[in-house]
Design a protein around this ligand. Structure first.
Ligand code: HEM
Length: 457
């Protein structure tokens, strides 16, 4: 098969540093070529864009041993350290073995009560607002999902700390993305990228350009230490599991640094993505009242005004489907990037070792050959019993062995949040609100989702 090649000039790459629309235009220009595999040539930094499901299955599953997470994850490691999201090799394997069982479907029920407690407190705060008050759904969902993660995974109340953590994490993410895009532009040597987390941490805090990151690290380290210090001994949450874990060979406890890195990883990976998915969900429900009515009717039928349980979450099929459809149209992890550790062959083309492979999840989710009427918000696509699109046409949680460990947790959490909020409130998009996607590490609304809150009586 012939290989499509797109050449991208330095100016275009520079523009991509700034707006998601430009990133999108570029991807859309690429997707006009239908082979599902395109080489993008841009000076020294060339990479491949892949969105064909069979190729994705090869990269993420059958030939995943030929791929590692990309250099961009090394930049993320500056903030989150070597936790489950960023680590590789033996460290990743042993940590995933310890952590994964906690998130198995049959164990998810244990999180539900923590979730509904946090949502209940959030509902009480919103109940103090007046009908017609203005809220930003994006900020609100960030506060709420951080609180959920804190209570469910670490036995900690984070709502107070959210005010401290939120802004530093946001600025950290924004700067991280700029750094990642600059990296695509200037193509630094791999050894430098590999060493970046250690170099940045060890550099004096006054080093020009690094002050912000030392501020981020100081705040996050302080919060993590407070969480560990205040953790109730013997709790069976994620932090309890990490503190109790023993190396099967040496019998040693998990090093404190590793516990810190996992905590940071789950704090970040466990709230920001779900919050953005929910922010888009409220936007979509407000702009599709017929779907919102369907969700509200279902919540009323199943719950009759009471607080949901884990068992109810399975019955709220329209509610869960609306969230899954929001993740299709606005996938928080809008692209996934890998690097070839060894050469591979895609569609008959040799891809040398050390090449970046970009999986544009956003594009894959709107591929017109796989999704009829792809831009339409239609949760029925995800109702039980419907014929499903091919594997890897839908990958909001990634795929293969590095698939999101918190996927089931996130869907249950979002279902409970939507159900409990529609029981009490109706959110309307504020008139004239301009909702613009922004591609940081996650796909978020740049100016939030400005909404008017109405109370449901
Ligand atoms: C809608 C919400 C979420 C979305 C869209 C999402 C998306 C993703 C994606 C795409 C990956 C794979 C990245 C890659 O392969 O490069 C991932 C990994 C991960 N996610 Fe999530 N996630 C969500 C919620 C959560 C939650 C709630 C948690 C924790 C409770 C979590 C924890 C993690 C962790 C630890 C990893 C790394 C897994 C590994 O490599 O072993 N995520 N997530």
């Amino acid at each position: 098969m012939t290989l499509e090649t797109v050449r991208i000039g330095r100016i275009q790459r520079l523009k991509a540093l700034f707006t998601f629309q430009q990133v999108l235009d570029r991807f859309e220009m690429i997707s006009d070529r239908s082979s599902g595999l395109v080489k993008v040539e841009g000076g020294r930094a060339s990479y491949y864009v892949v969105w064909e499901p069979e190729l994705l299955e090869r990269i993420l599953v059958t030939h995943q041993h030929l791929y590692v997470k990309s250099a961009q994850y090394r930049l993320l490691a500056v903030v989150v350290g070597e936790g489950l999201l960023t680590s590789e090799g033996e460290l990743w394997t042993s940590q995933r073995r310890v952590i994964q069982p906690m998130f198995a479907k049959r164990h998810l029920g244990r999180f539900a009560e923590h979730m509904t407690d946090a949502i209940g407190d959030f509902v009480r705060v919103w109940s103090t607002l007046d009908d017609g008050d203005q809220v930003d759904a994006a900020t609100a969902m960030n506060t709420l999902t951080l609180d959920v993660v804190g209570r469910a995974l670490f036995g900690a109340e984070l709502s107070g700390k959210a005010a401290r953590l939120g802004p530093v994490l946001t600025s950290g993410l924004r700067a991280g993305v700029r750094a990642a895009r600059l990296q695509l532009l200037f193509d630094p040597p791999p050894w430098l990228v590999e060493k970046a987390p250690g170099l940045v941490r060890r550099a004096p805090s006054w080093t020009p350009g690094l002050r912000w990151i030392h501020d981020v690290l100081r705040t996050t380290d302080e919060v993590v230490e407070e969480i560990i210090a205040g953790h109730p001994e013997g709790s069976d949450d994620l932090l309890g599991l990490l503190l109790a874990a023993r190396d099967p060979e040496t019998g040693e406890a998990m090093p404190r640094r590793q516990v810190r890195d996992e905590l940071m990883t789950f704090l970040l990976a466990g709230h920001e993505t779900t919050a953005n998915g929910l922010a888009w969900l409220w936007y979509l429900l407000a702009t599709h009242p017929e779907v919102r009515d369907r969700v509200c009717d279902e919540v009323e039928d199943v719950l009759r005004g009471r607080v949901p349980t884990a068992g109810d979450a399975d019955k709220l099929v329209w509610t869960a489907a609306a969230f899954q459809e929001a993740l299709r149209l606005y996938p928080p992890a809008w692209s996934i990037v890998r690097t070839t550790a060894e050469a591979d062959t895609l569609n008959g083309h040799e891809i040398p070792a050390g090449t970046s492979i970009v999986i544009p999840v956003y594009l894959a989710h709107r591929n017109p050959r796989l999704w009829p009427d792809p831009d339409r918000f239609d949760p029925r696509r995800f109702l039980p019993g419907r014929s499903q699109p091919p594997r890897f046409a839908y990958l909001p949680f990634g795929g293969g062995r590095r698939i999101c460990v918190g996927a089931g947790f996130a869907v249950m959490e979002a279902t409970l949040i939507i159900a409990m909020l529609v029981q009490r409130f109706r959110l309307e998009l504020r008139e004239g609100a301009e909702v613009v996607p922004e591609a940081t590490v996650t796909l978020r609304p740049r100016n939030g989702i400005p909404m008017t809150l109405h109370k449901v009586v």
